[in-house]
Design a protein around this ligand. Sequence first.
Ligand code: ZN
Ligand code: ZN
Length: 359
Amino acid sequence: MTTGRATVLVETNKLETWNVEIADPEYGGALVRVVLGGVCGSDVHIKTGEAGIMPFPIILGHEGVGRIEKLGGLDTDYAGIPVKVGDLVCWSPIAACHRCHSCTVLEETPCENSQYFEHAEKPNWGSYADYAWLPRGLAFFKLPDGADPLAVAALGCALPTVLRGFERCGPVRMGETVVVQGAGPVGLSAVVLAAQAGAREVIVIDGVDRRLEVAKSLGATATVSLRDSLKERRRQIYELTGPAGPSLVVEAAGFLPAFPEGVDLAGIHSRYVVMGLWGAIGTQPISPRDLVTKNLTIVGASFPKPKHYHGAMQLAAQLQDKVPLASLISHRFAIEDAHLALDAVHKGEVIKAVIDPEL
Ligand SMILES: [Zn+2]
Ligand SMILES: [Zn+2]
């Protein structure tokens, strides 16, 4: 019997390394040896309980690149590309139910009964582990030949999330003036997409100089420090965009006061897409009249679909030699050191951390 190590969140704030049994794949599934397991900001919220109570014990990790170890009667991935043992793949980690109003009637996400985690003692697709067991229906995709696993892992679930957000609010158009609130992985993904789409200005707001430097390396045209006052930030941004203001504002800050600032910054006839506030529970005052007088569109988005994971993977592979994606991975941790990885992400010390089972 095969066993492998896994980081198990036994209960809120209690992590252990377990040796778990590794099952053969079911029909339609695959067993993957994890190459890189991405550490996501939401993993911190899951550990601390801010994201709600989970079906403990769970194996952490919803971002991953791995090598196929065994296939469950398949010879293609979920996009019809031939696959074999040894191929590099990534996967969409959210199991939709296909039996709810969103899934079936609207063909939309989020799904009311989506499953992010499986009990740690059952076959499991958590990626802080030696192996990920991908159940039937959990879409996985072969990396294009020559794709760098680091580049694909670098933006993790953030790039699919932003692709989902731009699907909801409409794509970035050539010549637009874009403001991105926050330079974590979601904000950096928005920078990459806006820059590649031909935005005239991509202005990023963050409080950490190093993250702003990284945003510039990915295509940001200007940066604004959170250390400046609200009024001063607005002045700098409007100086760059002109009096019409930003045509698209992206909330990727995960910090509640970003929301009224985003509404205030948004220009006339603009769009505001809110993606970062998933873990920020609370309310904020805004002036509803701004929505009317600016003709403002506000869109929330979460829960990327498999096609967004596929698109993100293809885009990362396509850009890996043009944009320094792989170098975003600033920290690697062993499976046993997952608690250190989560602490480092929580403290904002990292651009992107990964779990590397070979360490
Ligand atoms: Zn994530
Ligand atoms: Zn559903």
